[in-house]
Design a binder for this molecule. Sequence first.
Ligand code: ATP
Length: 512
Amino acid sequence: MKHKELLVGTALGILGFLVTLRVNVWPVLVLCGLGYLLYTSGGQIRGIGKSKVGTVIAYTSTVRFEDIGGQDVAKRELIEALEFLRDYERASALGIRPLKGVLLSGPPGTGKTLLAKAAASYTDSVVISASGSEFIEVYAGLGAQRIRELFSGARKLAREYKKQGAVIFIDEIEVLAGKRGAQVGHLEYDQTLNQLLVEMDGLRFDSDVRILVIAATNRPDLLDPAIMRPGRFDRTVTVGLPDRKGRLEILKIHLRNKPVADEVDLEDLSRETFGLSGAHLESLCNEAAISTLRRGGVTISSQDLAEALNKVILGEKLERRPSDGEMQRVCAHEAGHAIVAETIRPGSVAHITVSPRGNALGFVRHSPAEDRYLCPREVLEEEIQILLAGAAAEQLMFGSKSTGAANDFRRALDLAKRIVLYGMSPLGVVDKETVSPDLLARVTNDIIQNAERNAMRILNMHRAVLERLFHELFEKETVSSAEFRHYLHVPGKVSWRWRKPPARKSRIRRRI
Ligand code: ATP
């Protein structure tokens, strides 16, 4: 910094002197400008002086652990590792060897990068963030050189910002730290990984800049065991999909700067968003605000949030509308799914729609009463019944099924196979490798037929509701959970009727 200022001062002094001598300084100024442009375009790094580490980004972070919803265990583990960095004297008095690396492992969008940024601000360190793929080059040796520059750049940057710590965040670490010898052109990969190991081994905590390496991966199984050994990445912290409490916290974080209507129940929304990551929830809040803006609203309503949730799960609404005949089938299909789901799991249907979105012509959004991580046989069987209910409703109302149920069948068959292969069928525990395909097919078919019969029985029991829901969906395209539950308890009369096609049997007889 000081050198730069000195240089600029001297250059300005010389220029001023030349101007007083009436020398034309313009060509010199233009040349200096061009030179500066060339110099700054050499690397895309911000703040690491001249070292070129690809698209490495360096910054000081303002993200705090309070800005991260859920992930309590991950936060606790990470904070513990960071305490050693913050209070080195106390740790060394107890003879603790500070941690050199923490590996964050989990699905995309769960907040791994956020955790690394929060770690940097917690320890008042600079962050240098890079992706594993940026270190892999066709030319042997370049990756290793970049690793060296990454570590020396981190030290330099910390000194520049007068910080005692630097956090090096490497995303997608599996690209650069995959099992050695497993890659095609493995020499370059191995050299890069070896250099990372050397740098990590060389980290010293009594130096003026303490470095903590935080790496993130979605595939911990691909990592070389050498990187995982204690003394390098000492801790592996799992950053999983958020549970219900975590989802609620994340929703609150991303809605705190947005005007939300009083009627919105975030507890309900957190229940309906099972399986979504933090990134999905952030997008949901953003889409809800956009939807409010589009309709000219002032506050985000539950309708905006429901619309945004559909969009995040299935994609944007499509303009194309199927023909009336196809639409009737879709209405029957979705009504079937909804009725069987609500009968088996009361209170679970959140939204029914036949507006085409993404690849779906219609869909039923479920809101599970609780997050589920284990599936007993009964739950799998219930799931199969719900999946098969769409086609069963089509069969009941139109006398035949359609290709619209293909995906449901695939998923139902997959679940039925799981029942057998996880030892939950009458066959008991079976070996996946040795069980005969015929036997597997026979038992899965039994499970499927049983579920189909049950779905049909439930639909026959609620025939009046099926007709009412079918009609309402055809008229309005969307039915809310409250309306649906009202029909279920007060089916009412339907004035409109479809013409039932002749039964399959009689048609065959006629043809004969
Ligand atoms: P990837 O593995 O794809 O790199 P990641 O796990 O690093 O993903 P982030 O980049 O940290 O995910 O998260 C993306 C965005 O999602 C964040 O900027 C934030 O808006 C939101 N987000 C994710 N998890 C959380 C969370 N736990 N709390 C609050 N916001 C979150």
